[in-house]
Design a protein around this ligand. Sequence first.
Ligand SMILES: [Zn+2]
Ligand SMILES: [Zn+2]
Length: 341
Amino acid sequence: MSQTVNAFAALERGGPIRPWTYRQRDARPHDVRIEVLYCGICHTDLHYVGPWGRDYPVVPGHELVGRVTETGPSVTTHAVGDLVAVGPVIDSCRECPPCLAGEETLCLTVATSTYGAPDRHGDGVTRGGYAEQIIGDERFVYRLPDGLDPAAAAPLLCAGSTVFAPLRHWEAGPGRTVGIVGIGGLGHLGVKFARAMGAHVVAFTTSPAKAEDALRLGAHEAVITGDGEMPANRLDLIIDTVPAVHPMTPLVQALATDGTLVSVGLPASFDVAPFALAVGRKSIAGAGAGGTRSTREMLEFSAAHGITADIEVVGTGDINTALKRLEANDVKYRFVIDMKR
Ligand SMILES: [Zn+2]
Ligand SMILES: [Zn+2]
């Protein structure tokens, strides 16, 4: 059955977020219906309300935690009443090699985004978590492990996954020195994960205040870029979360021989001297959020190590103010909307 959903949407490009009601697509046999309790505000939401949006109205939100209120007849993995979470991907082809490996974010036919994307089965456009409820296939709905605060866990689904997946893929762990560039929504979780994985963690930030914060979050060292002395030939892996174009050559020079700098901030271009890569046979790579296998592992890892985001909870009436403050980088370190407030 389809239902009418009360949501918060950008009705036009660049427009403010306003209350809006939409008719949800019909439920399918493997669908889980979720009452949204908390939804993180991701940087992507700003882009979709602004320049990248299409098919307005857009209901943003792809870091959500909620409670299952209904399960389709074929659902086997979730039950009514379960606390669950949804991240940036809500569907994929399920047949290509990455999908078969549980790496659906790498789907060769491009995975379906949780909001603002055409439904894979031709039933309208996907709508996100700034809403009283959402439906999605059970495969892309994650059980929230016990012990994780539901509000502070919400940002794990995108920000957390986006740093956890490359830390695992490039094998952060004991005996490895790992840099985290940019201490924000992603970076503060990167520091926590890398530390819990057993790596020696070096935080890079332009802000002296955030350098101190990074040490509190678990970094062994904090380097103030542009000012402080940069390490040389020392880091095995750097996760760079900065979304703006910035000088990467000093970061590449900080890498050890055969080291890799992974950009998850994905700026418009890479400002790097290729020669710096050749000296020391270094690599630059890109990465995004993990698929279902990595996301499940990330949630279990977070519960085992007591890792959640540092958050500021806002009510549904404060979404526009929060988006403005996020644009101005004025949040430590993630806004989460309490959908009941
Ligand atoms: Zn996101
Ligand atoms: Zn696929």
